[in-house]
Design a protein around this ligand. Structure first.
Ligand code: NAI
Ligand code: MG
Length: 357
């Protein structure tokens, strides 16, 4: 089996952690007898923007559309290009253009990583955040009127479509039904956001009826964030609209240690288009160029990619290797994990562990 992967390192530490991700993916491919044919692209970065005034080439859809998956580092270099330009010009176009309507972010406390929450051990924190990734609160519909007057008024609409809401809920219920605990919580705020959120609740309740084996309930987003911190063991699959999911999917990984280890997948479940795998973190200009970024978020995102490609055993091997190295090899941990190791040192140790099995 041979998979064609588009590789986009992007900016800052993206360029440092992507090679470690590839090193580990190639080790897994070798161990499991499949091939990864990787093609690197130099767009979706500040350099490209400085040369072309755009983040992506005009034919990006044709250039990337035929790959089995996209392995993405991080984009953003505010000194050169404003953040809203770099993000809307690249990642958000890819997510929407390739209809990657699920953003999946596992939150798991790994052995060897300390949670900032008191007395939490591996096993206490193990859930999935499913974020709606194409509509909801992140719309560009709205505007300003009466500008620069006392009547200045700003509107921004939330968009929820039946197709858009149902498909992400269905994905989350399918996930929950396949997990041992079979629990699902959907985030709401129907007490305050009195039009769109009751609709979200209505569709979730209807979907729940089709999955009687899943124990489903809802939490208002405010108490849900409190419970992530106070009772993380409550949760199994958490599904949320674009904005709420964005917030939960940074809060969750923070509860499970460092943002440097958190992975994410932007998935097009219909497989019409390639899905995109990237760490949760950004380009970290404050530590870029020093070789000390934690590569685990990138490597774990690679494991999610292998799973999506249909190589779940290889994916599991990568995650197991990450966990063993974090637990047993204090000598190679990066500074964010309390060590003095380097990006390459930690990546190489994990790759060796993958090869050893
Ligand atoms: P960031 O995630 O880049 O950094 C936040 C903090 O976490 C920094 O102190 C950084 O040093 C630390 N950090 C992040 N990843 C780390 C790693 N792997 N190992 C060790 N420490 C790590 O977020 P920030 O500073 O808000 O954004 C920086 C740039 O990245 C901006 O241009 C922003 O737009 C972009 N960004 C891009 C994302 C993406 O490509 N998906 C996501 C988030 C931010
Ligand atoms: Mg975010």
């Amino acid at each position: 089996q041979r998979y064609r992967i588009a590789v986009i390192p992007g900016d800052g530490i993206g360029r440092e952690v992507v090679p470690e991700g590839l090193r580990c993916l190639q080790a897994a491919a070798e161990a499991h007898g499949f091939e990864l044919e990787c093609t690197e692209f130099d767009f979706a970065c500040a350099d490209y923007w400085a040369r072309h005034g755009e983040m992506l080439p005009p034919d990006w859809r044709d250039v990337l559309g035929g790959f089995h998956a996209i392995f993405f580092g991080a984009v953003g270099w505010p000194e050169v290009v404003p953040d809203h330009v770099s993000l809307w010009g690249s990642l958000l176009r890819l997510r929407r253009g390739f209809d990657q309507y699920v953003n999946l972010r596992p939150v798991r406390l790994l052995r060897g990583v300390r949670s900032p929450l008191r007395d939490r051990e591996p096993g206490d924190i193990d859930f999935l955040v499913v974020r709606e990734n194409t509509e909801g609160e992140y719309s560009s519909i709205g505007g300003r009127i009466f500008e620069d007057t006392d009547r200045e008024t700003v509107l921004q609409e939330t968009v929820m479509t039946r197709t858009g809401v149902d498909r992400v809920l269905r994905y989350a219920f399918e996930l929950a039904a396949a997990r041992p605990r079979r629990r699902l919580t959907w985030a709401t705020k129907s007490n305050g956001i009195a039009i769109s959120m009751p609709y979200w609740d209505e569709r979730a309740t209807a979907m729940a009826q089709r999955y009687p084996e899943v124990a489903a309930d809802s939490d208002h987003i405010d108490i849900l964030t409190a419970r992530f911190v106070l009772q993380p063991d409550r949760y199994d699959v958490v599904v949320a609209s674009n904005l709420f999911g964005d917030i939960l999917s940074d809060l969750g990984p923070a509860c499970a240690g460092t943002i440097g280890i958190a992975p994410s997948a932007n998935i097009n479940p219909d497989r019409t288009w390639p899905s995109l795998f990237e760490p949760v973190h950004g380009s970290a200009p404050d530590i870029a160029g020093r070789g000390i970024a934690n590569p685990v978020g990138q490597i774990w995102s690679g494991a999610m990619m292998l799973d999506h490609l249909g190589e779940p055993a290889a994916a599991e091997r990568v995650v197991a290797a990450i966990e063993r190295v974090l637990d047993e090899r204090a000598d190679v941990l990066t500074p964010d994990l309390g060590g003095t190791g380097t990006t390459e040192g930690l990546g190489t140790a994990i790759a060796a562990e993958i090869a050893a099995g």
